[in-house]
Design a protein around this ligand. Sequence first.
Ligand SMILES: Nc1ncnc2c1ncn2[C@@H]1O[C@H](COP(=O)(O)OP(=O)(O)O)[C@@H](O)[C@H]1O
Ligand SMILES: [Mg+2]
Length: 237
Amino acid sequence: MTLDHADALRLLRDGDLAIEGRLVDASNATLYCAVTLDDVIAACVYKPVQGERPLWDFPDGTLAGREVSAYIISVATGWDLVPPTVLRDGPFGPGMCQLWLDVDETVDLVALARSDHPDLRRMAVLDAVVNNADRKGGHLLPLDGRVRGVDHGVCFSAEDKLRTLLWQWRGLPLPAQALEVLSRLRAELEGALADELHEHLTRREVLATTRRVDRLLTSRLHPEPSEDWPAIPWPPF
Ligand SMILES: Nc1ncnc2c1ncn2[C@@H]1O[C@H](COP(=O)(O)OP(=O)(O)O)[C@@H](O)[C@H]1O
Ligand SMILES: [Mg+2]
């Protein structure tokens, strides 16, 4: 069954959440759940704020809102790179809830992460905008020829922290379509998009997001790895 974003969002927001298991390779309390509304059922990930592991560089209790913010930016780009994600109450209190995608297990993630798949190139731009500090191979979800990304808890720091495996376009000109999307994003950050983000992020973090978009529009280049912080996540997969 495939759900469009509007149906998925309704299901994730209003459905009954039943915990079915805990994802073992996850660093936080990341729960695999069934979500049911009327006779529609889907799988989802539920990360209660309570289960967030404290981090030195992100304020406590803010990771779920960062995940939702990354979804909001993905929607604004029109690139559909992040599965539908909401903030809601659940059995362990408020948390983020994201549609589960049954990935194609036959895809080699190591090869995929090094490829020039167009979704990954867009994701590299998305990551530069949201300042993703953790784009690992395991956070890539291949399905039906598309690639989407998950685990956006450590995004939107006001300090530059881009940490990713997707450096294959570093220093190359941004595609014309990416520049169009970034210009549109920049305009939307003057209005409703900023309001939406302010529900989850500080003023400073939203402002820093606008600055990162400005930087991309000025350089017109994919970012280069910095020497000031580790540019590759560890472990990478
Ligand atoms: N929406 C999703 N659909 C499919 N698989 C997912 C989804 N979210 C997470 N996963 C899988 O579960 C793993 C752990 O989730 P992740 O979001 O990385 O949790 P954590 O924040 O604890 O690291 C991911 O690496 C990915 O393989
Ligand atoms: Mg993870």
